[in-house]
Design a protein around this ligand. Structure first.
Ligand code: NAD
Length: 433
């Protein structure tokens, strides 16, 4: 393929070298003459293992050229990959000026030439940015079928960028409607087995990854600071933590849904937080972990109240399915708040047998919800039939039971990703989707 690459920085230069290695013809475009000259001399404009050799070979074999002229780059290619910088403004906001400029240049060149083209945005941009670029520069060309536009985030790491390009850790293609790409160029050029989402989903994946990486580094460093204070080896502690691939390095706690609760997480986070405070160790992530959980719970309560209906049914009350442990359960907090505000409540939880609750569990419910017995129903259908809003926190009913009780005037709030609920005849809203 003939490919133009806009922006010959870390991402663009590596993409150019690696695509040239695969036999594609590359024309690089950059506003910096020095980078263009380096490319045309077969030299890498950045330090990156293997890249000089790749660019040098490509140049010798006549598969690499660079220019400062955007129109020339568009004219010489069938696909344009946009890798220009998206730096932060002084305020922290994202600066999309370079992406806008390149978009405008490519659109102008395509309008003049009338040629078919594929545009792949690769710069990191906030969700909604690709759609904004399309709206502002490309919509008529796209609707006319002259161009196809994809957003494909880049996940390479400087220092191992060439290796990462050859074996991508993740491949994502964003399309305008989230359906399979209309053509194969993005997959063919960028490799991997891509997940396909709408532009906004693909943009969100890039930010989710980097947010997660930043969070992991912050977390490991907070553990490290605590360990140093305790005279422990933070690296060793984290090595052992990472050895648990069932609960720690896994998908287990990685599903948006219920706030955390139960008898351990809130208590242990609280204890560690007050210990760090007492010892004067600054741990802002730990400090704010309970707050983010409260914010999530508040959002659920606001969502329920926004529906302007008074009869609420809760499916699931314990802090998670298959337990009768009510200690620290977020759904108990939801129930308490709703009762306090005069809502009518009905609850179904298949594991809950009040006669069998003992000890701290029984005390907690006696203290927080002394009338629980009168709210508990024997079947999910009873709850559904007598409620206007159903808050589904656990997957605690069979689909056929739900289907028999579902009515179009019900509103269902799905807290926990119980996607079958969406298919039934009622108004459906997920807490996180
Ligand atoms: N560096 C990384 O490791 C990495 C990894 C993944 C994603 N990203 C993202 O990829 C994008 C590029 O990052 P980078 O590190 O390669 O940036 P960079 O600053 O190294 O390079 C950007 C290049 O774009 C050029 N440019 C600016 N305006 C231009 C225009 N109108 N026409 C042509 N070229 C123009 C600049 O001169 C520069 O050479 C950013 O959005 C970044 O967040 C970077």
């Amino acid at each position: 393929m003939n490919v133009s690459i806009f922006g010959l920085g870390y991402v663009g230069a590596v993409t150019a070298g690696c695509l040239a290695e695969l036999g594609h013809h590359i024309i690089g475009a950059d506003v910096q003459q020095g980078k263009v000259d380096a490319f045309n001399a077969g030299q890498s404009p950045i330090i990156e293992p293997e890249l000089d050799d790749l660019l040098n070979s490509a140049r010798r074999e006549g598969r690499l050229h660079a220019t400062t002229d955007a129109a020339e780059a568009v004219a010489a290619s069938d696909v344009s990959i946009i890798c220009v910088g998206t730096p932060s403004l002084e305020s922290g906001r994202l600066n999309l000026d370079f992406v806008r400029k390149v978009s405008e240049q490519i659109a102008t060149a395509l309008k003049v030439s009338g040629k078919a083209h594929v545009i792949i945005f690769r710069s990191t941009m906030l969700p909604g940015s690709t759609r904004t670029m399309v709206r502002d520069f490309f919509e008529d060309l796209r609707v006319a079928g002259q161009i196809k536009i994809y957003y494909c985030p880049e996940f390479l790491r400087e220092g191992t960028a060439v290796k990462d390009f050859r074996e991508p850790s993740l491949a994502v293609i964003g399309t305008h409607d989230g359906l399979a790409p209309e053509s194969g160029e993005a997959k063919q050029l960028l490799g991997g087995t891509p997940a396909v989402l709408a532009w906004e989903g693909a943009e969100m994946i890039k930010y989710s990854c980097n947010y997660f990486h930043a969070l992991k580094v912050g977390f490991a460093n907070e553990i490290g600071r605590l360990c140093k204070f305790l005279g422990e080896d933070g690296t060793r502690v984290m090595d052992v933590v990472c050895a648990d691939t069932r609960l720690n390095i896994s998908r287990y706690y990685m599903k948006p849904g219920n706030p955390f609760g139960g008898s351990c997480l809130p208590k242990d986070v609280s204890a560690l937080k007050s210990f760090a405070r007492m010892e004067g160790i600054s741990l802002p992530l730990l400090e704010n972990t309970l707050d983010t959980n409260h914010a999530h719970l508040d959002q659920l309560i606001k969502l329920i109240m926004s529906k302007d209906k008074r009869r609420i049914g809760l499916l699931g009350l314990a802090f998670k399915a298959d337990t009768d442990d009510l200690r620290g359960s977020p759904m108990v907090a939801v129930a308490e708040t709703l009762i306090g505000r005069g809502y009518e409540l009905r609850i179904y939880d298949p594991q809950l047998n009040l006669a069998r609750l003992i000890g701290a569990n029984a005390n907690e419910i006696q203290r927080r919800m002394p009338h629980l017995a009168s709210l508990l129903k024997q079947s999910p259908c009873e709850v559904i039939e007598q409620s206007e809003i159903i808050v589904a926190s656990q997957k605690c009913a069979r689909p056929d039971e739900l289907a028999s009780a579902a009515r179009a005037d019900h509103c269902v709030i799905d807290v926990n990703g119980w996607r079958e609920l969406k298919t039934l005849p009622w108004e459906y809203e997920g807490l996180c989707w």
